[in-house]
Unconditional design. Structure first.
Length: 380
């Protein structure tokens, strides 16, 4: 994994060196609307050329004056995919009881729909180039298809997307008695052809194709086409194993609280005599994966760690660290302990200001309110 990620980093560095640097002037900014984020991001990326994709984008949200030093772009990726992965948006679906997503199945897709999936692929490959892991959600089956096409989809590929069907086909594969298979009265998907001991392998392959690809193949191909907009990076990813590509695009499957703690820096003398540093570390070790993702989004704009578990931001001070300082209210300045403020963060420079609290329970409640009211992101 280390050598593969190093090779990928070299590829990304080479590509980024050929692109335009981020333009922070008003003229150079790409304006998006928070209330209509999916549509405005899709419109923006649909019109970006391969040359534009390789360069740095400067993003601004309508009505906000934030300078994009990276944090606003981070928010764009994270918030866009969080909204896009909502099944009500009509792009992705989960199986009954499943927790990962694939493009919606359809008898046929319109040109507009296919263009939409292609644009989603463009956003994904741009996020890889910018080293921004998108929120986890896509099934590993998509990454198997990306790397090896239909032939790479196996019964094991079903496990993550539809565990019920995976268990069923596993049971059929393990059945050695021809009479038992006959007694199951199984037929091939979308066919009346009966399953026998002789054709059971063919049946399992048909089930894998039907569930994971079938009538969603057009959308999958369109997403891959969009990712190929940065051809050399797309080609490089396809040489890697699908689980590694999934980790590169979406970050690690498990967010390590210990890794986050390693990247916390408390400003000297800010919390002298206060329990807040200890309370924050305690919360991070106790929080669920979802809460850790919210914390990362709130403070850095990115919902996950880097594929190797690290956190990178050269603009931060110190570099690659979330700098924690105390709240600027009068109560916190004089350390009176009566602060009623919520945590506030700057995603561009990874700074986090915390109210003085005397218990983990109080700090936890303040964070939950900040996550909810701030839409999961820090102030800019």
């Amino acid at each position: 994994m280390g050598a593969a990620l190093q090779s990928l980093d070299e590829k990304i560095d080479k590509l980024r060196s050929t692109g335009r640097q981020r333009t922070r002037t008003r003229h150079g900014k790409k304006k998006l609307e928070r209330q209509n984020l999916v549509d405005t991001v899709m419109t923006l990326f649909e019109n970006l050329s391969p040359r534009d994709l390789v360069g740095e984008l400067a993003i601004v949200f309508d009505g906000e004056e934030a300078i994009d030093a990276g944090g606003v772009s981070n928010e764009m990726y994270t918030q866009f995919f969080l909204a896009l992965f909502d099944c009500e948006m009509g792009y992705f679906e989960a199986s009954a009881g499943g927790h990962t997503l694939l493009p919606i199945a359809a008898q046929s897709y319109s040109k507009k729909q296919l263009k939409g999936y292609e644009t989603i692929g463009k956003v994904m490959i741009k996020a890889v180039l910018d080293r921004i892991p998108i929120p986890r959600g896509l099934s590993q089956a998509f990454f198997c298809f990306l790397c090896g096409g239909e032939s790479s989809l196996t019964p094991e590929s079903l496990k993550e997307y539809d565990h019920t069907v995976f268990n069923s086909v596993s049971f059929v594969l393990e059945a050695e008695d021809p009479e038992l298979i006959e007694a199951m009265c199984l037929t091939f998907p979308e066919s009346e052809r009966e399953v026998t001991h002789e054709n059971v392998q063919e049946f399992v392959a048909a089930m894998v194709h039907n569930v994971l690809l079938g009538s969603r193949q057009g959308a999958m191909e369109a997403m891959c086409k969009g990712m190929a907009s940065i051809g050399s990076l797309h080609d490089h990813l396809r040489t890697l194993r699908p689980p590694l590509v999934q980790g590169i695009v979406c970050g690690p499957e498990h967010i390590s609280a210990a890794k986050i703690v390693e990247h916390i820096h408390f400003a000297d003398a800010e919390f002298e005599g206060s329990e807040v540093p200890h309370l924050l570390r305690q919360l991070l070790t106790e929080w669920s994966q979802e809460q850790l993702s919210h914390f990362l989004s709130f403070t850095t704009g990115v919902a996950n760690l880097q594929p190797d578990g690290s956190m990178n931001n050269a603009e931060a001070n110190p570099p690659d660290k979330i700098k924690v300082m105390k709240c600027l209210c009068a109560a916190c300045k004089c350390s009176s302990g009566q602060c009623q403020q919520l945590p506030v963060a700057s995603t561009c420079f990874w700074t986090l200001r915390l109210p003085l609290c005397d218990s983990a329970e109080v700090l936890d409640k303040r964070f939950k309110l900040a996550f909810e009211w701030g839409g999961g992101f820090g102030d800019l």
